[in-house]
Design a binder for this molecule. Structure first.
Ligand code: 5RP
Length: 227
């Protein structure tokens, strides 16, 4: 089975957990797209909150009803992908540049499920470059202060501005992203707190204590992980 087969299986397993009448948070990027497709195929009566413009467009095209986060109240269940799944279901997210809206939706949710292929659980936590979303105004200046904070956390790697095809990547909120090749993150809560304290940093890709379940597609079927 391919990585895409594993992503699809995880997305389908999560879609099977959605109940009629729910308000559902929809994640962003490839695994979430499999979830959105499987969810739309169930033809339930749902209200959905999207974590990106791309997901909102896909969901609407497939016939799902998309509402604003501010109109949702408490979201019953959010299902979203992950770039890395560590001990206790600590996650790194933001590979798809949607980390800010993703975290806003996750934190508004009663329950969150991470869906992923098996490659996302391999190796020491911190292998995937940690995305840090930074306000566009003065972002190089913010990045210098970010680098100093990282050094104090024992992370020597410099923040690298994310580009695509030679262009600076902008998030749906107009911010930029710096990637940090942390290596191994020894103390994720301490790093998360230090990053949040930097003026100009809007959000980071550490999702700690937010996922209640992870569904991992493997050749042997979908594995369920708990913290
Ligand atoms: C987007 C994310 C994605 O969930 C993460 O990048 C996983 O992507 P994929 O499902 O394509 O492997 O955090 O910001």
């Amino acid at each position: 089975m391919s990585v895409d087969d594993h992503k699809r299986a995880a997305g389908q397993a999560a879609a099977a957990l959605v109940e009629d009448g729910m308000i559902v948070g929809l994640g962003t990027a490839s695994t979430s797209e499999f979830f959105v497709a499987a969810l739309a195929a169930r033809k339930l009566t749902l209200k959905c909150v999207a974590t990106s413009e791309a997901t909102a467009a896909l969901a609407t095209r497939l016939g799902l009803t998309v509402i604003d986060l501010d109109d949702a109240g408490v979201i019953d269940l959010t299902v979203d992908g992950a770039d890395e799944i560590g001990p206790g279901l600590a996650l790194i997210k933001g590979g798809g540049a949607a980390l800010l809206r993703e975290k806003l939706v996750w934190e508004a949710s009663a329950r969150c499920i991470a869906i992923a292929d098996a490659t996302k659980t391999v190796g020491p936590f911190g292998r995937f470059p940690l995305p840090v979303e930074v306000v566009s105004f003065g972002h190089a200046s913010t990045a210098r202060r970010l680098a100093a904070v990282l050094q104090r956390q024992g992370i020597a790697a410099p923040p690298v501005l994310r580009t695509k095809a030679g262009q600076t990547v902008r998030t749906d909120s107009g911010n930029v992203i710096y990637n940090v090749a942390c290596g191994t993150i020894a103390d994720p809560p301490a790093l998360a707190a230090a990053l949040k304290a930097i003026t100009g940093v809007v959000e980071h890709g550490l999702f700690l204590g937010l996922a209640q379940t992870a569904l991992i597609g493997t050749d042997e079927g979908v594995r369920t992980l708990h913290p």
